[in-house]
Design a protein around this ligand. Structure first.
Ligand code: ADE
Ligand code: ZN
Length: 334
């Protein structure tokens, strides 16, 4: 298919990738050995790269995935580990013609193990600088609050990140982890403070939970971007509002498939969002866990929906226009 080649060659922006979700099994085992981390002995999945990848291929839900995701990242300890992780992602993204990436990270998953916030940020920042130098790839960090922790714990994590949100080392605030039972409004204290300071806001919503979580993220938290957000068909009025207010939805097709939010890529609301002019982008989420980076996600969508060149142009232009990079950089990319 000619379009697959075109999609490969087009300059792309990624707006939804968790750096910890780009931890490939070979690096995971390498870091575990280097840092003397004991991986679970009672889980045969950790016997080898092959058995781990095979287990990744059988996720049953978001929580089933998160179990492995949080174990995997216990191997990240030193500044160099975080740098190696992020640089490997940037290198892979560059090979697929990603020119700008906005990437999530989960400080609470590291600081609760005794890793210093500065260690994480210094490592990621070093990788960002090298990716800029080596590939011309620009990037921004988005700090995620982990919603399976209490809102009070999350607010402490927010306050720890706040100086770097204000000085620009971190570009925006996000909310991730177990969605059902942890609705957006619970995290209002942190988001209200961030909004007051004019910070950029996004949240995972409408992945496993229903569309009311998307509404809450917009109304209660003030988000101008929603991660996953595949549930707007359930609320036609909210769908129109996303189109009108140009709220970007960052869709992650292979993630939704692997975590059983959908049974087939064709169930994604791609056609409905295009027709209603809801702006969305196509992203990888946790590429090391879901069998593909951004390119494979683009191709999965093309295979299921047979979009036209014009439709892809709209998707790519929205992804750039609604990204959080500078206007100058947007002009360069477009
Ligand atoms: N953290 C990493 N990937 C995630 C996802 N798909 N949903 C919620 N939290 C996540
Ligand atoms: Zn995500």
């Amino acid at each position: 298919d000619k379009l697959h080649n075109l999609l490969r060659d087009l300059p792309k922006v990624e707006a939804h990738c968790h750096l910890e979700g780009s931890l490939e099994p070979d690096l995971l085992f390498e870091l575990a050995a280097r840092n003397n981390i004991n991986l679970p002995k009672d889980d045969e999945a950790f016997a080898s790269v092959e058995s781990l990848l095979a287990r990744y291929g059988r996720f049953t839900s978001l929580d089933d995935f998160l179990h492995y995701y949080f174990i995997g990242m216990t191997t990240l300890v030193a500044r160099d580990d975080f740098e190696a992780l992020a640089y490997a992602y940037f290198k892979k993204a560059h090979s697929q013609n990603v020119v700008h990436a906005e990437v999530f990270f989960d400080p609470q998953a590291h600081t609760t193990r005794g890793v210093k916030f500065e260690t994480i940020l210094d490592g990621f920042e070093k990788a960002q600088e090298r990716a800029k130098q080596d590939f011309g790839l620009t990037s921004e960090l988005i700090v995620c609050l982990l919603r399976h922790f209490s809102p009070a714990d999350c607010h402490q994590a927010y306050l720890e990140a706040l100086p770097d949100l204000q000085n620009g080392r971190i570009c925006g605030l996000g909310l991730s982890s177990t969605e059902k039972g942890n609705p957006p409004h619970l995290f209002k204290q942190s988001y209200e403070d961030a909004k007051k300071r004019g910070l950029r806001l996004t949240a995972h919503a409408g992945e496993e939970a229903d569309v009311s979580y998307m509404r809450s993220a917009v109304d209660d938290l003030g988000c101008r971007r929603i991660d996953h957000g595949i549930r707007l068909k359930e609320d036609p009025e909210l769908l129109k509002r996303f189109a009108r207010e140009k709220i970007l939805v960052t869709i992650c097709p292979l993630s939704n498939l692997e975590l059983k939010s959908i049974k087939d890529i064709s169930e994604l609301p791609i056609r409905e969002y295009l027709d209603a002019k809801v702006p969305f982008s196509i992203n990888s989420d946790d590429p090391a866990y879901f069998g593909g980076y951004i390119q494979e996600n683009y191709c999965a969508v093309q295979q299921a929906f047979h979009l036209s060149v014009e439709e892809w142009a709209d998707i790519l232009i929205n992804a750039v226009a609604l990204s959080w990079c500078s206007d100058e950089r947007k002009d360069e990319i477009l």
